[in-house]
Design a protein around this ligand. Structure first.
Ligand code: FAD
Ligand code: NAD
Length: 399
């Protein structure tokens, strides 16, 4: 049993949705393109986990279907239902999975009041658990994006939150200690408590298998009504291990998003692609890159002679409580902070090997965000860090 398509998109997330939109804009015939997704719904915007699906017309949708093996030499995929689907061109958009506590030696992920957040099913479950914990206590494990954003949502929903993470500060992958300290103070003013420099050691369960307390390695015991876990992700590469070249935990692709097998492209969280601005291969875990590299891959597939280099400036953002920040580029080298850290608008530049390579801004206007994006893409030479510091945001605005 089997079906054959010209183009197959494997995965039904953000990158898959944007690849499908680009195919549709450029014109694919009915039955030429198929999306296979383990999820039971069409691709959607993951950040909002909204119900606005990204699906254009005329595409074969194979939903609720997990691909269990791939043969890139034969150009076939085998689904869990036993169907073989063949392709001429495959776009791998399998994203990533949330790391589980068990991978760090702690059991209890399956308890009914322990929540992860990666897809719509997780989001619906989190809302249910949150509703049944109203007025109660939550422990949020992890101080990254999920931890920070979920902690804010829980507080807004009248749940007391304690955040627990092993590092000395929140958002250690991106924030400087000074930036982290601003957000932690803001969270504290909203009632969030921080337990830093330690990790979870075990859960105490009641007779129904519900977590009632969280035990930490430093000996603390926190009583809980619910737990949210955001301890990072692992790209879904396993179908292609041994068949495609991997790098930085993802599928290595060239500037056309083409893998080491010329019929297979990779986009989104699973792809490690050349970032020209840095002169190296990176794997990014953010929507903007998922959207843009998906569109670029489809352009490169359909009009290879016209598709130029992928000149991408990494862009991350978050909105929490009344706050909102944007970051462009790379957070390496020396840091120059600017603005009023006790007020509403402040930020930082990163200067590496004499060039500005990264910019962060909290509380900016549309024009100010556009200015830091532009200045970062130009990678200007910086001779005097003190001068950059004193000019602050006006430096970007003048470029
Ligand atoms: P995904 O969106 O994860 O999609 C992967 C798809 O592949 C899924 O449909 C999955 O079911 C499917 N799949 C995987 N393996 C198989 C298989 N074997 N067979 C069939 N199907 C398979 N980024 C930002 O920049 N800003 C934000 O505000 C932001 N908010 C976020 C909020 C949440 C709650 C989450 C989870 C992420 C957020 N991100 C945000 C990150 C962003 O959503 C991801 O970078 C983006 O979703 C990556 O897109 P993707 O298509 O590569 O992967
Ligand atoms: P993350 O990588 O942002 O943060 C992981 C955090 O887990 C670390 O900061 C650390 O504090 C913590 N941690 C690691 N090991 C731990 C352990 N053993 N015990 C306790 N804590 C531990 O990952 P995430 O927050 O889980 O986010 C998942 C993915 O979703 C990421 O790819 C992220 O980029 C994406 N996301 C992005 C946004 C955004 O861009 N605004 C929002 C939500 C999610």
């Amino acid at each position: 049993m089997g079906r054959a398509f010209v183009y197959v998109i494997l995965g039904g997330g953000v990158a898959a949705g944007y690849a499908a939109l680009e195919f549709s804009n450029r014109g694919v015939s009915h039955g030429e393109l198929c999306i296979i997704s383990e999820e039971s719904v069409a691709p959607y915007e993951r950040p909002a986990l909204s119900k606005g699906y990204l699906l254009p017309e005329g595409i074969e949708l194979v939903l609720g279907t997990r691909v269990i093996s791939a043969d890139v030499r034969r150009r076939t995929l085998l689904t869990a239902a036993g169907e073989t689907i063949s392709y001429k061109i495959l776009i791998v958009a399998t994203g990533a999975r949330a790391l589980k506590l068990e991978e760090f030696g702690v059991n209890g992920s399956d308890a009914e009041n322990v929540c992860y957040l990666r897809d719509l099913t997780d989001a619906n479950r989190l809302v249910d658990v949150m509703r049944s914990s109203s007025g109660g206590n939550a422990v949020v494990i992890g101080g990254g994006y999920i931890g920070m954003e979920c902690a804010a949502s829980l507080v807004i929903n009248k749940i007391n939150v304690t955040m627990v993470f092993p590092e000395a500060q929140c958002m250690p992958r991106l924030f400087t200690p000074k930036i982290a300290s601003f957000y932690e103070d803001y969270y504290k003013s909203k009632g969030v408590e921080f337990v830093k420099g330690t990790a979870l050691s075990s859960f105490d369960m009641d007779a129904d298998g519900k977590v009632v307390a969280v035990n930490l390695r430093d000996g603390k015991r926190l009583l809980v009504d619910m737990v949210v876990v955001g301890i990072g992700i692992r790209p879904n590469t396993s179908l292609f291990e041994g068949q495609l070249t991997l790098e930085k935990g993802g599928i290595k692709v060239n500037e056309k998003m083409q893998s080491s097998n010329s019929s297979v492209y990779a986009v989104g969280d699973v792809a490690a692609f050349p970032v020209k601005l840095f002169g190296e291969t990176r794997r990014l875990e953010h929507v903007d890159s998922a959207r843009k590299c998906a569109r670029h891959a489809v352009a490169a597939i359909m009009e290879p002679e016209k598709s130029g280099e992928f000149d991408y400036v990494p862009f991350f953002y978050s909105r929490i409580f009344a706050l909102s920040w944007q970051f462009y580029g790379d957070n390496v080298g020396e840091v120059v902070h600017f603005g009023d850290f006790s007020g509403n608008t402040f930020g930082a530049y990163w200067v590496n090997k004499g060039h500005l390579v990264g910019s962060f801004l909290e509380g900016g206007t549309k024009e100010e965000y556009a200015a830091i994006a532009m200045v970062t893409s130009l990678k200007p030479a910086i001779e005097d860090l003190a001068e950059l510091e004193s000019r602050g945001l006006s430096y970007a605005m003048a470029v």
